[in-house]
Design a protein around this ligand. Structure first.
Ligand code: NAP
Length: 279
Protein backbone atom coordinates (compact mmCIF):
# COMPACT_ATOMS: atom_id res chain seq x y z
CA UNK A 1 0.00 0.00 0.00
CA UNK A 2 1.30 3.44 -0.84
CA UNK A 3 -0.08 6.77 -1.98
CA UNK A 4 1.12 8.54 -5.09
CA UNK A 5 -1.00 11.66 -5.14
CA UNK A 6 0.18 14.74 -6.98
CA UNK A 7 -2.72 16.60 -5.33
CA UNK A 8 -1.24 16.21 -1.83
CA UNK A 9 -0.54 19.77 -0.62
CA UNK A 10 -0.28 19.42 3.16
CA UNK A 11 1.38 16.72 5.24
CA UNK A 12 1.01 16.94 9.01
CA UNK A 13 2.88 15.68 12.05
CA UNK A 14 0.42 15.06 14.89
CA UNK A 15 2.03 14.90 18.32
CA UNK A 16 2.11 16.47 21.76
CA UNK A 17 4.52 18.20 22.08
CA UNK A 18 5.96 18.66 18.56
CA UNK A 19 8.00 21.87 18.86
CA UNK A 20 11.27 19.93 19.33
CA UNK A 21 10.77 17.78 16.23
CA UNK A 22 13.20 17.90 13.31
CA UNK A 23 10.75 16.19 10.94
CA UNK A 24 9.41 19.41 9.39
CA UNK A 25 12.97 20.55 8.68
CA UNK A 26 14.03 17.56 6.63
CA UNK A 27 10.65 16.73 5.08
CA UNK A 28 10.23 20.27 3.76
CA UNK A 29 13.80 20.20 2.42
CA UNK A 30 13.11 16.93 0.56
CA UNK A 31 9.71 18.15 -0.68
CA UNK A 32 11.32 21.33 -2.08
CA UNK A 33 14.16 19.34 -3.66
CA UNK A 34 11.59 17.13 -5.41
CA UNK A 35 9.70 20.14 -6.79
CA UNK A 36 6.49 19.02 -5.04
CA UNK A 37 4.05 21.83 -4.15
CA UNK A 38 3.35 20.62 -0.60
CA UNK A 39 4.21 21.64 2.96
CA UNK A 40 4.94 19.48 5.99
CA UNK A 41 3.58 21.03 9.16
CA UNK A 42 3.91 20.00 12.81
CA UNK A 43 0.57 20.28 14.64
CA UNK A 44 0.39 20.04 18.42
CA UNK A 45 -2.67 17.93 19.25
CA UNK A 46 -3.57 17.25 22.87
CA UNK A 47 -4.72 13.67 23.58
CA UNK A 48 -8.35 14.73 24.08
CA UNK A 49 -8.44 16.29 20.59
CA UNK A 50 -6.64 13.51 18.72
CA UNK A 51 -9.59 11.31 17.71
CA UNK A 52 -11.56 14.09 15.98
CA UNK A 53 -8.45 15.60 14.38
CA UNK A 54 -7.39 12.21 13.00
CA UNK A 55 -10.90 11.40 11.74
CA UNK A 56 -10.98 14.75 9.88
CA UNK A 57 -8.10 13.45 7.72
CA UNK A 58 -10.63 11.19 5.97
CA UNK A 59 -12.59 14.18 4.64
CA UNK A 60 -9.51 16.18 3.59
CA UNK A 61 -7.57 13.26 2.04
CA UNK A 62 -4.89 14.00 4.63
CA UNK A 63 -1.52 12.35 5.12
CA UNK A 64 1.18 12.58 7.70
CA UNK A 65 3.06 11.26 10.68
CA UNK A 66 1.96 10.54 14.22
CA UNK A 67 4.31 10.78 17.15
CA UNK A 68 4.30 10.50 20.95
CA UNK A 69 1.79 10.07 22.56
CA UNK A 70 -0.63 9.23 19.72
CA UNK A 71 0.80 6.15 17.97
CA UNK A 72 -1.47 3.62 19.68
CA UNK A 73 -4.52 5.85 19.26
CA UNK A 74 -3.71 6.23 15.57
CA UNK A 75 -3.38 2.46 15.26
CA UNK A 76 -6.84 2.01 16.74
CA UNK A 77 -8.37 4.76 14.59
CA UNK A 78 -7.07 3.62 11.16
CA UNK A 79 -9.48 1.89 8.75
CA UNK A 80 -6.72 -0.25 7.20
CA UNK A 81 -3.25 -1.13 8.48
CA UNK A 82 -0.16 -2.54 6.81
CA UNK A 83 1.04 -5.91 8.11
CA UNK A 84 3.94 -4.18 9.87
CA UNK A 85 1.62 -1.74 11.64
CA UNK A 86 -0.66 -4.64 12.54
CA UNK A 87 2.18 -6.55 14.22
CA UNK A 88 3.58 -3.57 16.12
CA UNK A 89 0.24 -2.16 17.27
CA UNK A 90 1.51 1.36 16.49
CA UNK A 91 1.04 3.73 13.54
CA UNK A 92 3.49 6.56 12.81
CA UNK A 93 2.58 7.19 9.13
CA UNK A 94 -0.82 7.49 7.47
CA UNK A 95 -2.54 8.54 4.28
CA UNK A 96 -6.03 8.25 2.80
CA UNK A 97 -6.93 5.84 0.02
CA UNK A 98 -10.49 5.64 -1.29
CA UNK A 99 -11.81 7.51 1.74
CA UNK A 100 -10.14 5.12 4.19
CA UNK A 101 -7.24 6.02 6.48
CA UNK A 102 -4.31 3.63 5.94
CA UNK A 103 -1.79 3.27 8.79
CA UNK A 104 1.80 2.09 8.52
CA UNK A 105 4.81 1.94 10.84
CA UNK A 106 7.97 3.26 9.20
CA UNK A 107 9.82 3.27 12.55
CA UNK A 108 10.60 -0.36 11.66
CA UNK A 109 12.51 0.76 8.55
CA UNK A 110 14.16 3.36 10.78
CA UNK A 111 15.43 0.73 13.23
CA UNK A 112 16.79 -1.34 10.33
CA UNK A 113 18.70 1.73 9.14
CA UNK A 114 20.32 2.22 12.56
CA UNK A 115 21.37 -1.41 12.61
CA UNK A 116 22.82 -0.95 9.14
CA UNK A 117 24.82 2.01 10.51
CA UNK A 118 26.63 -0.59 12.59
CA UNK A 119 27.41 -2.39 9.36
CA UNK A 120 24.92 -5.20 9.79
CA UNK A 121 21.40 -5.33 8.49
CA UNK A 122 20.74 -8.73 10.07
CA UNK A 123 21.80 -9.68 13.55
CA UNK A 124 22.38 -13.39 12.99
CA UNK A 125 21.42 -14.85 16.34
CA UNK A 126 22.58 -11.96 18.51
CA UNK A 127 21.54 -11.49 22.15
CA UNK A 128 19.64 -8.23 22.43
CA UNK A 129 18.80 -6.29 25.57
CA UNK A 130 15.75 -4.12 24.86
CA UNK A 131 14.81 -1.37 27.30
CA UNK A 132 11.21 -0.17 27.14
CA UNK A 133 7.94 -1.72 26.01
CA UNK A 134 6.20 0.99 24.00
CA UNK A 135 5.82 1.67 20.29
CA UNK A 136 9.54 2.08 19.58
CA UNK A 137 10.32 -1.22 21.34
CA UNK A 138 7.66 -2.91 19.19
CA UNK A 139 9.33 -1.45 16.09
CA UNK A 140 12.65 -2.94 17.24
CA UNK A 141 11.11 -6.40 17.69
CA UNK A 142 9.45 -6.24 14.26
CA UNK A 143 12.74 -5.10 12.68
CA UNK A 144 14.69 -8.10 14.06
CA UNK A 145 11.81 -10.61 13.96
CA UNK A 146 13.32 -12.85 11.27
CA UNK A 147 16.88 -12.80 12.62
CA UNK A 148 16.78 -15.62 15.16
CA UNK A 149 17.79 -13.27 17.96
CA UNK A 150 17.15 -13.78 21.66
CA UNK A 151 15.78 -10.76 23.48
CA UNK A 152 15.90 -9.80 27.13
CA UNK A 153 13.18 -7.24 27.62
CA UNK A 154 13.29 -4.79 30.50
CA UNK A 155 10.45 -2.40 31.25
CA UNK A 156 9.75 -0.55 34.45
CA UNK A 157 6.36 -2.24 34.85
CA UNK A 158 6.12 -5.97 34.07
CA UNK A 159 2.69 -5.68 32.45
CA UNK A 160 4.12 -3.52 29.64
CA UNK A 161 6.77 -6.12 28.81
CA UNK A 162 4.28 -8.98 28.97
CA UNK A 163 1.88 -7.22 26.59
CA UNK A 164 4.65 -6.45 24.12
CA UNK A 165 6.09 -9.97 24.25
CA UNK A 166 2.63 -11.38 23.55
CA UNK A 167 2.57 -9.52 20.20
CA UNK A 168 5.58 -11.56 19.02
CA UNK A 169 4.89 -15.11 20.25
CA UNK A 170 7.24 -16.66 17.68
CA UNK A 171 10.26 -14.82 19.10
CA UNK A 172 12.63 -15.84 21.89
CA UNK A 173 11.82 -13.06 24.39
CA UNK A 174 12.41 -13.23 28.15
CA UNK A 175 11.31 -10.53 30.56
CA UNK A 176 14.03 -9.21 32.84
CA UNK A 177 13.09 -7.60 36.13
CA UNK A 178 16.49 -5.99 36.54
CA UNK A 179 17.99 -3.51 34.07
CA UNK A 180 21.65 -4.39 34.58
CA UNK A 181 21.12 -8.14 34.38
CA UNK A 182 19.14 -7.61 31.15
CA UNK A 183 22.35 -6.17 29.69
CA UNK A 184 24.66 -8.96 30.98
CA UNK A 185 26.29 -10.71 28.03
CA UNK A 186 24.24 -8.77 25.48
CA UNK A 187 25.65 -8.16 21.99
CA UNK A 188 23.33 -5.25 21.26
CA UNK A 189 21.65 -3.01 23.84
CA UNK A 190 18.80 -0.80 22.69
CA UNK A 191 17.20 2.05 24.61
CA UNK A 192 13.56 2.42 23.55
CA UNK A 193 12.56 4.55 26.55
CA UNK A 194 12.63 8.37 26.69
CA UNK A 195 15.50 8.29 29.23
CA UNK A 196 18.03 10.90 28.04
CA UNK A 197 15.58 12.91 25.96
CA UNK A 198 16.15 15.77 28.37
CA UNK A 199 18.54 16.15 31.29
CA UNK A 200 21.59 14.00 31.89
CA UNK A 201 20.07 10.65 32.88
CA UNK A 202 21.41 7.48 31.25
CA UNK A 203 19.73 4.05 31.32
CA UNK A 204 22.80 2.02 32.41
CA UNK A 205 26.34 2.98 33.41
CA UNK A 206 28.70 2.00 30.53
CA UNK A 207 30.96 0.31 33.13
CA UNK A 208 28.19 -2.24 33.62
CA UNK A 209 27.95 -3.08 29.90
CA UNK A 210 29.95 -5.73 28.03
CA UNK A 211 32.86 -3.85 26.42
CA UNK A 212 32.21 -5.42 23.00
CA UNK A 213 28.48 -4.61 23.03
CA UNK A 214 26.94 -2.19 20.53
CA UNK A 215 24.54 0.39 21.94
CA UNK A 216 21.59 1.84 20.04
CA UNK A 217 19.91 4.76 21.74
CA UNK A 218 16.68 5.49 19.86
CA UNK A 219 16.56 8.88 21.55
CA UNK A 220 18.08 11.85 19.71
CA UNK A 221 18.66 15.46 20.61
CA UNK A 222 18.39 18.61 18.57
CA UNK A 223 21.93 19.52 19.61
CA UNK A 224 24.72 16.98 20.06
CA UNK A 225 24.21 13.35 20.92
CA UNK A 226 22.48 11.77 23.92
CA UNK A 227 24.17 11.49 27.33
CA UNK A 228 24.17 7.68 27.03
CA UNK A 229 25.80 7.62 23.59
CA UNK A 230 28.37 10.17 24.75
CA UNK A 231 29.15 8.12 27.90
CA UNK A 232 29.35 4.84 25.96
CA UNK A 233 31.68 6.29 23.33
CA UNK A 234 33.88 7.76 26.07
CA UNK A 235 34.10 4.24 27.53
CA UNK A 236 35.09 2.78 24.14
CA UNK A 237 31.70 1.20 23.38
CA UNK A 238 30.28 1.58 19.87
CA UNK A 239 27.09 3.61 20.14
CA UNK A 240 24.59 5.34 17.80
CA UNK A 241 21.76 7.70 18.67
CA UNK A 242 18.29 7.94 17.06
CA UNK A 243 19.08 10.52 14.38
CA UNK A 244 19.69 7.91 11.68
CA UNK A 245 16.41 6.24 12.63
CA UNK A 246 14.58 9.57 12.48
CA UNK A 247 15.70 10.38 8.94
CA UNK A 248 15.19 6.79 7.72
CA UNK A 249 11.63 6.53 9.07
CA UNK A 250 10.93 9.92 7.48
CA UNK A 251 12.35 8.83 4.12
CA UNK A 252 10.15 5.71 4.20
CA UNK A 253 7.11 7.85 5.04
CA UNK A 254 7.92 10.22 2.13
CA UNK A 255 7.88 7.22 -0.24
CA UNK A 256 4.44 6.21 1.06
CA UNK A 257 2.92 9.70 0.64
CA UNK A 258 4.42 10.76 -2.65
CA UNK A 259 5.22 7.42 -4.30
CA UNK A 260 8.73 8.58 -5.10
CA UNK A 261 12.23 8.52 -3.69
CA UNK A 262 13.26 11.47 -1.45
CA UNK A 263 16.73 12.96 -1.69
CA UNK A 264 18.08 11.53 1.57
CA UNK A 265 21.28 13.55 1.24
CA UNK A 266 19.19 16.76 1.20
CA UNK A 267 17.34 15.50 4.29
CA UNK A 268 20.60 14.93 6.14
CA UNK A 269 22.08 18.28 5.13
CA UNK A 270 19.01 20.14 6.37
CA UNK A 271 19.12 18.28 9.70
CA UNK A 272 22.80 19.12 10.05
CA UNK A 273 22.14 22.81 9.32
CA UNK A 274 19.28 22.95 11.86
CA UNK A 275 21.49 21.32 14.47
CA UNK A 276 24.37 23.69 13.73
CA UNK A 277 22.00 26.67 14.03
CA UNK A 278 20.64 25.39 17.35
CA UNK A 279 24.12 24.73 18.77
P1 NAP B 1 6.07 5.04 24.31
O1 NAP B 1 5.18 4.22 23.45
O2 NAP B 1 5.50 6.09 25.19
O3 NAP B 1 6.93 4.00 25.20
C1 NAP B 1 7.93 4.44 26.09
C2 NAP B 1 8.42 3.27 26.92
O4 NAP B 1 9.42 3.77 27.81
C3 NAP B 1 7.35 2.64 27.78
O5 NAP B 1 7.67 1.27 27.96
C4 NAP B 1 7.49 3.41 29.09
O6 NAP B 1 7.06 2.70 30.20
C5 NAP B 1 9.00 3.55 29.16
N1 NAP B 1 9.40 4.67 29.98
C6 NAP B 1 8.93 5.94 29.96
N2 NAP B 1 9.59 6.70 30.85
C7 NAP B 1 10.47 5.89 31.47
C8 NAP B 1 11.44 6.07 32.49
N3 NAP B 1 11.63 7.27 33.05
N4 NAP B 1 12.18 5.01 32.88
C9 NAP B 1 11.99 3.80 32.32
N5 NAP B 1 11.09 3.55 31.34
C10 NAP B 1 10.35 4.58 30.92
O7 NAP B 1 7.15 5.80 23.43
P2 NAP B 1 7.88 5.22 22.12
O8 NAP B 1 7.14 5.64 20.91
O9 NAP B 1 8.14 3.78 22.33
O10 NAP B 1 9.23 6.05 22.14
C11 NAP B 1 10.21 5.85 23.14
C12 NAP B 1 11.39 6.75 22.83
O11 NAP B 1 12.00 6.29 21.62
C13 NAP B 1 10.95 8.19 22.55
O12 NAP B 1 11.06 8.98 23.71
C14 NAP B 1 11.89 8.66 21.49
O13 NAP B 1 12.92 9.37 22.10
C15 NAP B 1 12.44 7.39 20.88
N6 NAP B 1 11.99 7.25 19.48
C16 NAP B 1 12.83 7.66 18.54
C17 NAP B 1 12.48 7.56 17.22
C18 NAP B 1 13.46 8.02 16.17
O14 NAP B 1 13.06 8.18 15.02
N7 NAP B 1 14.71 8.19 16.54
C19 NAP B 1 11.24 7.03 16.84
C20 NAP B 1 10.38 6.61 17.85
C21 NAP B 1 10.77 6.73 19.19
P3 NAP B 1 5.57 2.89 30.78
O15 NAP B 1 4.67 2.15 29.82
O16 NAP B 1 5.68 2.28 32.10
O17 NAP B 1 5.30 4.36 30.80
Amino acid sequence: MSASRPSLRRVVLLGHPVAHSLSAVFQNAAIAASGIAARYEAVDVAPAAFASMFASMRETDGAGNVTVPHKSAAYAACDVRTAVAERTGAVNTFWVEGGRIVGDNTDVAGVRAVLAAFGETRLNGARIALLGAGGAAAAVLEAVRGDGVSVRLWSRFARGGDALGARFPEMDIAASADLESACDGADVIINATPIGLTGGAIPVDPDRLPSNARVLDLVYRRVGTTPWVAACRAAGIRAEDGLTMLVAQGAAAFRRWFGREPDVQVMWESVQRARDDAA
